[in-house]
Ligand binder design. Structure first.
Ligand SMILES: Cc1cc2nc3c(=O)[nH]c(=O)nc-3n(C[C@H](O)[C@H](O)[C@H](O)COP(=O)(O)OP(=O)(O)OC[C@H]3O[C@@H](n4cnc5c(N)ncnc54)[C@H](O)[C@@H]3O)c2cc1C
Length: 279
């Protein structure tokens, strides 16, 4: 099947994108890399009358260092993050996450903002950036607002993004001394995850955040388990305890799912410095 007919309008800058989006009313949609929207158009799951194309827009590709944070333009591609083209990203854990998204052709086109707006429950950025405590910068004709990524995704493929709003940037911790682990289980490299987990401590002494991904909706933060863990080297970490915590958090899921997510969590924690326990 091919996409239903639509009008294609390129936006030269953010203001023009916002103007075109508003002019299209509910019938206009943004397109960035087209790696998620393209298939949806072809399957006619999405039938906008106007596509506002961000591909040649000036800007939204910068990486700025602001104190202990990085401000990443929404049009940064997965590949540019993977390659660490900006020095601030050279040692940042986002590189590892980017490298595991699909395959290089997708990563060359797909963008950070597009992935977060699309809100696929199995998407890598959704989980990785929620656990890091990222903040979105959103712009509309009414102005600019910021809101935590946590809670922005309401359900699978559903966010609180308003129809006339654009994601312009994402604020993430610089992670210069942070600890981090990310693990996803997929049957073949380049496929969406069947189960995933991420753990993060943005700076020494900061609270740990643990989350599970590839669920039916947004990532699930495991706040109680994070408190229980203490610091690497001080806590015993048995896989059976992780499985128990996952089962309690996901009672509707079957034991195989519990095991997959618990193993993802154990491997993410291992990357972050906890000794492995297999019992
Ligand atoms: C075969 C295949 C495998 C994939 N595997 C993975 C994977 O393993 N992990 C993973 O995370 N992803 C995967 N993806 C998805 C990929 O990462 C997409 O690039 C990403 O989800 C969407 O980015 P995009 O720039 O292409 O967005 P588009 O497809 O252009 O747009 C997606 C949605 O975002 C909206 N949008 C785009 N930009 C903005 C913006 N700045 N502000 C507001 N709304 C915006 C659009 O209106 C649309 O609703 C895969 C895709 C394919 C085709």
């Amino acid at each position: 099947m091919k996409a239903a007919a639509f009008e294609h309008q390129g936006a030269a800058d953010v203001q023009e994108a916002l103007r075109l989006l508003a002019a299209g009313g509910g019938r206009a949609k943004l397109i960035a890399g087209g790696q998620s929207l393209g298939p949806m158009l072809n399957l006619r799951l999405s039938r906008p009358q106007v596509l506002v194309d961000l591909a040649n827009l000036a800007g939204l590709t910068s990486v700025e260092v602001q104190g202990q944070e990085l401000v990443l333009g929404a049009r940064l591609t997965h590949a540019s993050i993977e390659d660490g083209r900006h020095p601030a990203l050279a040692a940042h854990p986002m590189r590892q996450v980017a490298a595991g998204i699909a395959y290089r052709a997708i990563r060359n086109k797909g963008t950070l903002g597009g992935s977060l707006a699309h809100a696929d429950p199995a998407a890598d950025w959704v989980l990785a950036l929620v656990v890091m405590g990222a903040v979105l910068r959103l712009q509309s004709p009414h102005g600019v607002r910021e809101r935590p990524l946590e809670g922005f995704m309401q359900a699978a493929y559903t966010t609180e993004l308003a129809q006339d709003e654009l994601i312009t940037a994402v604020r993430v911790p610089a992670m210069a001394q942070g600890r981090w682990g990310y693990y996803k289980f997929c049957r073949k490299p380049g496929e969406f995850a069947d189960a995933s987990a991420a753990v993060c401590q943005v700076a020494p002494g900061a609270p740990w955040r643990l989350a599970l991904g590839a669920l039916d909706g947004p990532p699930l933060l495991l706040a109680a388990l994070a408190q229980e863990l203490g610091e690497p080297g001080t806590a015993t970490l048995a896989l059976s305890r992780l499985r128990e915590a996952v089962a309690a958090a996901l009672p509707e899921r079957d034991p195989i799912d519990h095991q997959l997510h618990a193993v993802c969590l154990a491997r993410a924690l291992e990357q972050a410095g906890w000794p492995a326990r297999t019992a």
